[in-house]
Design a protein around this ligand. Structure first.
Ligand code: GDP
Length: 457
């Protein structure tokens, strides 16, 4: 694909910072850079590729900023195009002024993710690697970063490509047999096609199994803290958050009355949905609280149910226990420092369930809770496989379609249907696998994917 325009954007995050970088990519990068940059050493960027050149960005004889400029000729660059990067002072003004001046000199403002899109279109990375770059930038924990890093190094691409290559060979054999039945070509047997497709199917299914953990590492385990007013929900949240204040982040898209906070337990991200904000002492509002809790519980991967040992169980406790009983849940019996008024061993609504006795005021039970969460969700420890873990819903959906096509293919073989029917099933499988790496993907889908990137990436 020939791309003749040159794009530019601020590649660093907005806000105050030591330096800011303006990135220019395309066949006119150097020409544009030479119009805006004046070297004050005896080096010119084009004479010293990949070397920093010290100088000024000058506009109408006025120095806009003191900068370092580097010219990286194609094809060994991020986009496989000529790239110039200008390192200027950080902050809102220098970067913006220089970008505008670069645009006035012939570059076009880059769209979201356009540098990465060019890296993909120019064949430097495939689509799953391009998506990994977005995950690397937005990773919230070291573990999800590692999964994305493996994906960028080709863990998913290599696996998919190796499966797809096998399917390609089979498609080729079938096509030859369909198109040239009379020719003296080696015959393809149903038996060998079956064996080959079964192997591919097993590998696809193994990859699909990694999705649940991959997704949790990327998005975080949605955890809801549920309990009637005053049972200790906010205290629990504070205890969990206390050690981690520094990494608490706001998560976009949350509603006004439900707060989400991100914490990690041994590298496992938890998105804690705090329902503290929905409680009120007014009866009617409490009722709304209960129905909201229900809604929140339904969305959660894990529910922490708090009960108060120092007060009798109420109707509200029973409703909460009933509503959460189908969910993955941990029961916390709080306020063990106060005299207990009910006996958990004699309470039928929690009979046989694992409970953790806690006292938020005495800081008892938090460590046990963390261990229990890991045990329940990840069977004790989270293993990051270097073989690639699926963590992208788009990849997962394409893989499910590919597996479905492989089932169709095996059915067709079982029924000894004509080869041209088999050809369609095998080709479908091949197409769906190609969606993951971007070999068979529409322009529209590409736009959707890259729209979610930031500008400058
Ligand atoms: P929430 O309404 O469920 O969020 O409950 P809070 O966390 O706001 O706690 C309600 C009250 O119970 C506060 O005064 C807390 O200090 C107190 N509290 C919470 N946990 C404990 C506990 O384990 N023991 C005792 N004695 N008091 C607690």
């Amino acid at each position: 694909m020939f791309i003749d325009d040159t794009i530019a954007a601020i590649a660093t995050a907005t806000g105050e910072g030591g330096i800011g970088i303006i990135r220019i990519s395309g066949m006119h990068s150097l020409e544009i850079a030479k119009k805006v940059f004046r070297s004050i050493s005896n080096k010119q960027p084009e004479e010293y590729p990949r070397t920093l050149c010290y100088g000024h960005i000058v506009k109408d004889n006025t120095v806009l900023d003191e900068v370092l400029t580097v010219y990286m000729p194609a094809p060994h660059t991020y986009t496989k195009e000529d790239i110039v990067e200008i390192q200027c002072h950080g902050g809102m003004i220098a970067t913006k002024m220089i970008l505008e001046w670069v645009l006035e000199n012939g570059a076009r403002m880059a769209e979201h993710g356009e540098f990465t899109k060019r890296a993909f279109l120019n064949g430097r990375i495939d689509l799953s690697q391009a998506e990994a770059i977005k995950d690397i930038i937005s990773a919230q924990t070291a573990k999800s970063f590692l999964v994305a890093q493996n994906q960028l190094q080709g863990s998913i691409s290599n696996k998919i490509k190796s499966i797809r290559n096998k399917v390609t060979e089979d498609v080729a054999k079938i096509t030859v047999a369909v198109d040239f039945p009379e020719e003296d070509t080696p015959e393809v047997t149903y038996e060998e096609l079956k064996e080959s497709m079964l192997l591919c199917q097993t590998e696809m299914k193994q990859l699909l199994e990694t999705f649940e953990t991959g997704r949790l590492l990327k998005e975080g385990l949605k955890t809801a803290i549920i309990g009637k007013p005053n049972v200790g929900k906010s205290s629990l949240l504070n205890e969990i958050l206390q050690e981690q204040r520094a990494i608490v982040t706001d998560i976009e898209g949350t509603t006004r009355d439900v707060i989400e906070e991100m914490i990690t337990i041994d590298g496992v991200p938890l998105r804690i949905i705090d329902t503290a904000g929905i409680r009120d002492t007014e009866d009617i509002v409490e009722q709304i609280g209960v129905s909201r809790s229900k809604e929140i519980m339904q969305q959660a991967d894990l529910v922490l149910v708090l009960l108060d040992l120092s007060r009798p169980l109420t109707e509200e406790d029973h409703i909460i226990l009933e509503q959460s009983k189908e969910k993955k849940r941990i029961l916390l019996l709080n306020k063990t420092d106060l005299p207990s008024v009910w006996n958990p061993n004699e309470e039928p609504s929690i009979a046989g369930e694992m409970v953790i006795q806690t006292s938020m005021s005495q800081k008892i039970g938090i460590e046990t809770l963390k261990e229990q969460i890991k045990e329940l969700v990840f069977q004790g420890q989270v293993i990051i496989s270097n073989d690639g873990m699926l963590n992208n819903v788009r990849h997962k959906n394409s893989l499910i379609h590919a597996i479905k096509s492989s089932e169709d293919a095996l059915d067709s073989i079982e029924q000894a249907l004509p080869l041209d029917i088999l050809e369609t099933d095998f080709k479908n499988c091949w197409t769906y696998l190609g969606e993951i790496t971007g070999e068979t993907v529409s322009e529209e889908l590409l736009d959707t994917i890259f729209k979610n990137f930031c500008i400058g990436k």
